[in-house]
Design a protein around this ligand. Structure first.
Ligand code: ADP
Length: 496
């Protein structure tokens, strides 16, 4: 099957979060299964800065955006190490900017226009580059208009009338909600601006549009698929999602073990390790990390870590609170890596400055350091308010860094809480708690620290985690089933 991934992120070209990991990995697995994936993304500045080779295609196109006609052109590259084509939509006024979506906490004011253009460019690419697409796999709000274009402006033309669409929700909280006059930019008839399709409390909503028009909808874990059916995690879209209940699927993301594997990780130098010899390898990684972060080198104190977007969603308010308590009351070390909301930059930066012997906070995006933290830490915190899937807990399991998670979304689907029973039957892989409170997080950390002092049990926990297989192989098979089901459904609709 010829599958076109329309996305705004794909590793190693550009990434702000898990979406980039998914779109850089899933196509590789689909290719291994005999399918022909292709990717298309905006040519953001990050893409040029990635240092990867981009070639011009000489294909220039124009589309109407409101009253204007806007020109763009396509560049071509490949997913490194494969022959999977990756196309980029070059339009420097829209995409040659310091960030992808926002700067300093402020969204770009013309985001509706920027991503309307991208959605139309994807459809132009299908014909102008002769991509032979059978199915369009669209990701998150930025691509939400594509399924609508397929069913409206472009539906009476070949090849569009034959193309099926899957729309995947990676995070329902980011919806692309714009004032109603932006409908004019899309060129789509006002009759679709109604509460069942594109309109959301008087605004134009890209996420709702994708959910309403795609042949099938998926999200990135079975638990999140259930959670988004009702408030609060439905973020107001429970009506749309319940309407699509029969066509909504939850498929867990996988981890890319080519990138995230302590046995082969180039960022670990000589300290690589696997499930068979992790005791020495992990100890060496911990010492190296302590040195790199300027923390005292000490094998015995637990080193707790968190890596991620500094957003409310990720529970950094809870982390900041418990970190201060634990540092005051115990011998523990803390490593935080993240960028995002300025309020967390302020609070975390100040705490680290006041506690340099126990806390290291790096307010930056560093893939290398993220790898070394996964390897060198003892415990990894993910007290998320919600978590569609989450990748860091999968990496943590693989690196023998025990995850402490709030039981929500993909965290609930992938981490087995430590209880006397799960320790006894050898299934425990981490610590989970329910209430979104600093007390509940602190209790989970206390349980973890207690087991940390019981070395045989702690090592069993690490070993069980490292032996889990959360690779893309399993999930890619489920996506193929979804693609087949989607094509069959689209075909049936064409015939009826
Ligand atoms: P989300 O997509 O909600 O941000 P995920 O857990 O699905 O969360 O994916 C986050 C990805 O981004 C992981 O690969 C994580 O290591 C990476 N990441 C997030 N923040 C940083 C950072 N500051 N430096 C390096 N990597 C980061």
């Amino acid at each position: 099957m010829n599958i076109l991934f329309a996305t705004t992120e794909a590793v190693p070209f550009c990434k702000t979060g898990g979406l980039g990991d998914v779109c850089g990995s899933l196509p590789r697995e689909l290719a291994k299964l005999g399918h022909q994936p292709t990717l298309i993304l905006p040519a953001f500045r990050q893409v040029f800065e990635s240092g990867l080779r981009l070639e011009p295609t000489e294909v220039v196109f124009q589309v109407p955006i409101g009253q204007k006609r806007v020109q763009g052109q396509f560049l071509r590259s490949q997913l490194p190490g494969t022959d999977i084509p990756v196309y980029f939509v070059e339009q420097s006024d829209y995409y040659d900017r310091p960030a992808l979506y926002d700067e300093g906490g402020e969204e770009y004011r013309d985001n509706c226009e920027r991503f309307t253009f991208f959605c139309r460019a994807v459809l132009e690419a299908i014909v102008n580059l002769d991509l032979g697409t059978d199915l369009l796999h669209c990701h998150d709000w930025c691509t939400g208009l594509i399924p609508a274009y397929l069913k409206t402006l472009y539906n009476d033309r070949s090849p569009f009338d034959q193309i099926a669409s899957v729309y995947t929700i990676h995070n329902l909280a980011y919806q692309g909600n714009f004032w109603h006059w932006d409908m004019v930019l899309t060129g789509i008839d006002w009759k679709y601006f109604n509460w069942r399709q594109m309109e959301f409390y008087g605004n134009l909503n890209f996420m709702k549009t994708g959910i309403s028009f795609a042949d099938t909808v998926s999200t990135v874990s079975p638990t999140y698929a259930q959670e988004i059916m009702r408030p609060p995690l439905s973020c107001g879209l429970e009506g749309s999602l319940q309407h699509r209940r029969e066509d909504l699927f939850g498929i867990l993301n996988g981890a890319d073990y080519n990138d995230w594997n302590p046995a082969t990780d180039a960022f670990l130098g000589e300290n690589r390790y696997d499930a068979g010899n992790f005791e020495t390898g992990k100890a060496a990684c911990k010492a190296a990390l302590q040195e790199e972060l300027g923390l005292p080198i000490n094998a015995d104190v637990p080193l707790l870590a968190a890596v991620g977007r500094l957003a409310d969603q990720k529970g950094f308010d809870l982390i900041a609170r418990v970190m201060q308590q634990w540092v005051n009351q115990s011998d523990s070390q803390w490593a935080i890596l993240g960028t995002g909301d300025p309020k967390y930059h302020r609070v975390l930066g100040q705490m680290a400055a006041e506690n340099p012997q126990k806390m290291a906070v790096r307010l930056e995006f560093s893939n290398e350091l993220a790898h070394r933290i996964e390897a060198g830490a003892d415990m990894f915190l993910m007290p998320s308010q919600y978590e569609p899937c989450g990748l860091n807990q999968l990496y943590s399991l693989k690196y023998g860094t025990v995850p402490i998670v709030r039981s929500t979304g993909g965290l609930a689907d992938t981490v087995v809480n430590t209880t006397p029973d799960s320790i006894a039957d050898g299934t425990a892989t981490g610590f989970a708690f329910g209430e979104y409170t600093s007390l509940a997080l602190s209790e989970a950390i206390a349980r973890a620290c207690e087991l940390y002092d019981d070395k045989p049990k702690w090592q069993q926990l690490i070993r069980t985690g490292m032996q889990q297989d959360w690779s893309w192989r399993r999930s890619a098979g489920q996506y193929v089933e979804l693609y087949e089901r989607t094509c069959a459904k689209a075909q049936q609709e064409v015939l009826s």
